[in-house]
Design a protein around this ligand. Structure first.
Ligand code: ZN
Ligand code: ZN
Length: 320
């Protein structure tokens, strides 16, 4: 399914078969998760995508040809597709900030396809015990959630704003670590609130509500800048608010007293290969319940619309 121009629907296309160059893995795509970032790319909210482009950066594939992995192995291809290795960020363990990084399904072709190619240094073997569609959201929603949770430090009372693909995974990790989860959703989204309680949230409510206790940290997964002051208002002195998304609507101005008291506001950008290794190992130890709606690849446009309109509970994945 090919994006030819921003804001145009994806078009089905037959493309020539892919041939791996040295250092590349060729996979048969088993499933590819649908991430909010795909929407931002398709809607032209992120600059300079490769065009035409195959979206998708939560790629679960069966190896057809690779050096690093045996044929038949199940591997994941995530968002971070290539880094330069020589810039100040790469040299200091922060390849997620690499000046010249390339990204799967944005500046490199991704997994809304039957075959995919990737630099095998950026691919990962996947833990057993998860179905193909089930494990797809771990590759971005789970990874970004994990990095965001680490940035939240040892917060015991953790707020999650936007209870979709990332939050539903990371709520389970937070619970396993003995934290209390407070889930914030759009006002009136009782289905998402109920889902959060099922996954162990001690409280679920609307994002403009104050939780019953002050939070030690909050993570924003919804791409809504107006949530920033709301979350700052809900965290205790010294607490942290982490913005987990790649794109957000503008943050409205707010009184300085919401930040005062050594509250920290920060973003999380992309991920490193270290994050992926750490999180996938964790997902092998803690069996995460992923709620995934599987849809055929040919319905990629419908899947994107469902995500845009907030009609999905949990995550979505495309399968052939
Ligand atoms: Zn670099
Ligand atoms: Zn993503």
């Amino acid at each position: 399914m090919v994006l030819r121009a921003p804001r145009a629907p994806l078009e089905p296309a037959e493309l020539p078969d892919l041939r791996p160059a040295a250092g590349q893995a060729l996979v048969r795509v088993l499933a590819c998760g649908v991430c909010r970032t795909d929407l931002h790319v398709a809607d032209g909210e992120l600059p300079d995508p490769k065009l035409p482009l195959i979206l998708g950066h939560e790629v679960v594939g069966e190896v057809l040809d690779a050096e690093r992995f045996p044929r038949g192995a199940r591997i994941g291809i995530p968002w971070l597709g290539w880094t330069c290795g020589v810039c100040v960020f790469c040299k200091s363990g922060r390849e997620n900030l690499c000046e010249r990084a390339r990204f799967t399904g944005y500046t490199l072709d991704g997994g809304y396809a039957s075959l995919a190619l990737a630099d095998e240094r950026y691919c990962f073997p996947l833990p057993d015990g998860y179905g193909d569609a089930e494990i797809a959201p771990l590759l971005c929603a789970g990874l970004i959630g994990h990095r965001s949770l680490r940035m939240a430090g040892d917060a015991r009372r953790l707020g999650l704003y936007g209870f979709g693909a990332a939050a539903h995974l990371i709520a389970q990790v937070a619970r396993a670590e003995g934290r209390e989860v407070y889930a914030f959703t759009r006002a009136g989204d009782t289905a998402a609130q109920e889902f959060a309680r099922e996954l162990g949230a001690v409280w679920a409510g609307a994002s403009d509500q104050l939780p019953p206790e002050e939070l030690d940290a909050a993570i924003l997964f919804a791409p809504v800048g107006a949530l920033v002051p709301l979350a700052l208002r809900a965290v205790v002195k010294g607490g942290t608010v982490v913005c987990g998304g790649i794109h957000m609507s503008d943050v409205p101005s707010f009184p300085y007293r919401l930040l005062w008291g050594e509250r920290v506001l920060r973003s999380v950008a992309n991920l490193t290969r270290g994050d992926a290794e750490e999180f996938l190992a964790l997902a092998g130890r803690i069996r995460l319940r992923t709620r995934v709606t599987s849809m055929p690849l040919a319905q990629a446009n419908e899947a994107l619309s469902s995500l845009r309109e907030g009609r999905l509970i949990g995550a979505a994945a495309l399968v052939l």
